[in-house]
Write a protein that binds this ligand. Structure first.
Ligand code: PHE
Length: 337
């Protein structure tokens, strides 16, 4: 019997230390209710009373040895498993991540920001106004009474008889002058609307940026100087500007302003259609009627205003020939900017 116990112990230990040993199975096989060691212990009845305690002690020692070996091996297996798991799941924090596609500002927003930066640099502040506007601010206060022909060129969408989608950013001039006394130096960028059919150069919705300066002693020279600096900052140091007489009801005198073509420098090319000049904005001295409408005495104060279309600037700047591209949100177009 002693030899049997020794054999069981040796066999069990060998199995426990075998690679991939299934410890649960081994435990059942040797120490379980129907296990080999248990079977030996059951057979102890046939032993003599002297032998019984001796064999019993050996059996206990064998059991203890097998149990200890199983526990030890179990810890070893667990450590190995953990090690393997850590190796398999190792995170390389130096590996470059999966890039998330980053968007960027719309080309019109980029142009707007660029213009804003230029004017902020000259001491202007940015003012916004409502897009749903009263007839009074969009037309009447700007010297465009009810039957004035200028209304034709700025026909827009009406919400009610006296409420409309603003056709220009000029009403922001009026709103500003009503609440703020000179000196005033503002720009107002924003959406404007006109009931134009959509084609390559017209859109019922587009963007303008308007400027207004009012103070004592403001002259046409100040307007010209301001626009010249603006044009040089936007199109390059060699840019020149030119004023052509024009008419706006809310400015007097009024002018259309051209910049020398930044592609050919004024010689004439495809971009400027052989002219050498590109029209970019409308401007003039604020009409005394508009000033007094806003409670500013035109005998004391004078001012200039200018307005430009952001789409037009962006189209010229980037060589875009169809205004509709700005609003279609086609990524193939947008991602080029
Ligand atoms: N608001 C005018 C337009 O939309 C542009 C303009 C603004 C002209 C300010 C002169 C002064 O046509």
């Amino acid at each position: 019997m002693k030899e049997m116990l020794a054999r069981i112990q040796a066999e069990a230990l060998e199995q426990i230390h075998a690679p991939e040993a299934d410890l649960e199975q081994i435990k059942i096989k040797y120490l379980g209710k129907k296990g080999e060691l248990t079977a030996v212990l059951r057979g102890m009845g046939s032993l003599s009373p002297e032998e019984r305690p001796v064999v019993g002690q050996i059996a206990n020692e064998v059991r203890a040895a097998i149990e200890a070996a199983i526990n030890e091996r179990k810890q070893e297996q667990e450590a190995l498993a953990l090690d393997a798991k850590l190796k398999a799941e190792k995170l390389d924090v130096t590996m470059p991540g999966t890039p998330a596609p980053m968007g960027h500002m719309h080309p019109l927003t980029q142009v707007q920001r660029e213009l804003e930066d230029i004017f902020i640099g000259m001491g202007f502040s940015i003012v916004e106004g409502p897009e749903v506007e009263l007839d009074y601010y969009n037309f009447q206060a700007l010297n465009i009474p009810e039957n004035h022909p200028a209304r034709d060129t700025q026909d827009t969408f009406y919400i009610a008889e006296n409420v409309l989608l603003r056709s220009q950013t000029s009403p922001v001039q009026v709103r500003t002058m009503e609440h703020q006394k000179p000196p005033i130096r503002i720009i107002s960028p924003g959406r404007v609307y006109r009931s134009d059919a959509l084609d390559a150069t017209h859109s019922p919705l587009f963007h303008q940026l308007e400027g207004l300066v009012v103070d004592k002693g403001i002259t046409m020279g100040d307007l010209k100087g301001t626009l010249e600096i603006f044009a040089k900052k936007l199109f390059g140091e060699n840019t020149r500007i030119r004023f052509r007489p024009h008419h706006f009801p809310f400015t007097e005198p009024s002018a259309e302003v051209d910049v020398s073509c930044y592609v050919c420098g004024g010689k004439g090319c495809r971009l400027c259609k052989g002219e050498g000049w590109i029209e970019i904005l409308g401007a003039g001295m604020v009409h005394p009627f508009v000033l007094s409408n806003c409670g500013i005495d035109p005998e004391v104060y004078s001012g200039f205003a200018f307005g430009l279309g952001l789409e037009r600037i962006a189209m010229k700047k980037y060589g875009i020939d169809d205004i509709r591209l700005f609003y279609e949100n086609d990524e193939r177009f947008l991602e080029q900017f």
